[in-house]
Structure formats: structure tokens, C-alpha cells
Design a protein around this ligand. Structure first.
Ligand code: GLY
Ligand code: MN
Length: 278
């Protein structure tokens, strides 16, 4: 646990430096932001626990975007998923920042703020003895509520969840165990339910487990095209979705240690904000 906490401290230096650079006067490319992160964490690229994901604008919709753009784009949103190692133990942290311009910028910032509240609520609800998969299900109800309240889906939160519409916007699992590997092995000894194929943590939550909590909401062309063609396509406000697609997506990820009474969030004590505006 102490090693993962130290890996979080190191990664937090990089997240702070990149956030400051992103909101600075001069626009930076993804490659420059990646180098800012490496410099602040004193890591060479192969020393990071996984390739940094530095995604500006619509690249945020690519879940593992690791090709760093050399040009400076509009730079209205940044999804940074980057960790550090300490004595071989890993941290794995994601933050999403936005410089909101115009109506769609304000809507996207509203989505980031809502995801931030939802992610914090999930962290606060972690209880030993409960299944991690139930938390994953709760995260889908949360994303469904956000999609419904923002008017992106013209259905109640309950209907959005029941019809599985959130799965086109949030296609990955809520998180995974963390330790000597970024996707560690301890919490995935049984298969998830068939409707949660990408969930990497299927454990019953117990003290001393360390795992990530990383819900997301993205505008991924291929998945949205499939949703549009399918039986629930008419429930989506496609004009609004198209206006938001240039922001790519949102993910907010913390590393938590389960304790007897709840959790110790090793990330938030260093990086209190999961994302948002400057
Ligand atoms: N941060 C990389 C991942 O969880 O896949
Ligand atoms: Mn992760």
C-alpha cells in the first residue's frame, strides 16, 4: 500500500504539471504534454506503468490513444490517463479538463462536473462484503442519469439504463485491481456477467484490496453509429451528440485502498479534483 501511495504521489506531480500546461497561455501538442508529464515525474517513457494516454479534443474518444499528436489542435478538452511506478508498484490516474467555449463547451463541462460527482459518490459507497460488479452496475445507472438529465437521451434514467443505451457511451469496466501490474490479477478470478464483458474486477470487496474507480462517458463514432441504427436510436438527440463529439470523452480515475470502514482514496488526497474547468 505504501508503494502504491508513493506511486500516486509521483503521478500527481505529472498530473498537476500537465493541467497547468494545458490551461496555460500557449497551446501545446499531445507530444509536448506527454513530455511535460515525463519531466515532472522524472520517468522515461518505458518506466511508466503503461503508455501515457494524452488525448486532446476528439482523441479522448479513443480509449487507449497513445499516438501523441505533434500539431497543436483547438485543445478544448484533455483526457490524461497516466501513472507512475515506485519499487515496481503502479498508480493509474485519469483526469479530464475542459476549456469551455460556446454552448456545447458549457454542456461538455456540465457532463464533466456530473461525472465528477458521480465518481465521488461511487467511491463513497464502497463497502466491504459487496460485489464490485454491483458498483459497476451502479456506475451505468449513474451514466444513464447523466445522459438523461443532459437531454442527450430522451428517456428517463431508468429507461436509459434498462435499454442498455449507456453501454454505447461507456463501453469499458468500472475498474481493475492495481498492484505490481496496472491491470493486476487478484480481483478477477471469476468471469463477469455476460452483459459486463469488459469488467476486470469481479471480486467481493474486502479490506486491503486496491483497485481503480474509473467511470467514463465518450462519443465513439463506431459505437454511436451502431446505437443510431438499432432499436433505441430514435431516443438519442443526435444533433446534441454530434456537437459534443469534438470533445472526445470523459474519464475520471482514482486508486483506492479498501479499509475496514470504507476506503482510503490514495489519489484524491493529492489531486482533489477529478476534472472540470480551470
Ligand atoms: N490506465 C489504463 C487502463 O486502465 O487501461
Ligand atoms: Mn485504469
Amino acid at each position: 500500500m505504501l508503494c502504491i501511495a508513493e506511486a500516486n504521489r509521483r503521478a500527481a506531480l505529472g498530473h498537476d504539471a500537465v493541467r497547468e500546461a494545458f490551461f496555460g497561455e500557449r497551446g501545446l501538442s499531445e507530444l509536448e504534454l506527454h513530455l511535460v508529464y515525463l519531466r515532472a515525474t522524472r520517468q522515461d517513457d518505458p518506466e511508466t506503468p503503461y503508455k501515457n494516454i494524452v488525448a486532446l479534443d476528439d482523441n479522448g474518444a479513443v480509449l487507449h490513444h497513445v499516438g501523441y499528436g505533434r500539431d497543436v489542435p483547438a485543445g478544448e478538452s484533455l483526457l490524461l490517463d497516466a501513472g507512475a511506478t515506485y519499487l515496481a508498484y503502479c498508480s493509474d490516474i485519469t483526469r479530464t479538463w475542459v476549456k469551455p467555449r460556446g454552448e456545447s463547451g458549457a454542456t461538455f463541462k456540465g457532463l464533466v462536473d456530473a461525472m465528477e460527482e458521480m465518481q465521488k459518490g461511487l467511491c463513497a459507497s464502497i463497502t466491504s462484503g459487496h460485489k464490485y460488479e454491483a458498483l459497476h452496475d451502479a456506475s451505468h445507472r449513474g451514466v444513464s442519469k447523466i445522459l438523461s438529465e443532459a437531454g442527450l437521451v430522451k428517456a428517463s434514467a431508468e429507461e436509459t439504463d434498462e435499454k442498455g443505451i449507456s453501454r454505447a457511451f461507456y463501453p469499458h469496466g468500472l475498474g481493475h485491481s492495481l498492484g505490481l501490474q496496472c491491470h493486476d490479477v487478484g480481483c478477477a478470478t471469476v468471469k463477469p456477467r455476460a452483459d459486463n464483458p469488459f469488467l476486470r474486477n469481479t471480486s467481493v470487496i474486502e479490506p486491503k484490496q486496491v483497485f481503480t474507480i474509473e467511470p467514463g462517458l465518450y462519443f465513439i463514432d463506431g459505437l454511436l453509429a451502431e446505437l443510431r441504427r438499432g432499436p433505441h436510436g430514435a431516443l438519442v438527440d443526435w444533433t446534441a451528440v454530434e456537437a459534443l463529439s469534438r470533445y472526445g470523452g470523459i474519464r475520471i480515475e482514482d486508486d483506492v485502498l479498501v479499509t475496514e470502514g470504507g476506503i482510503h482514496n490514495m489519489t484524491r488526497e493529492l489531486l482533489p479534483r477529478g476534472g472540470g474547468g480551470a
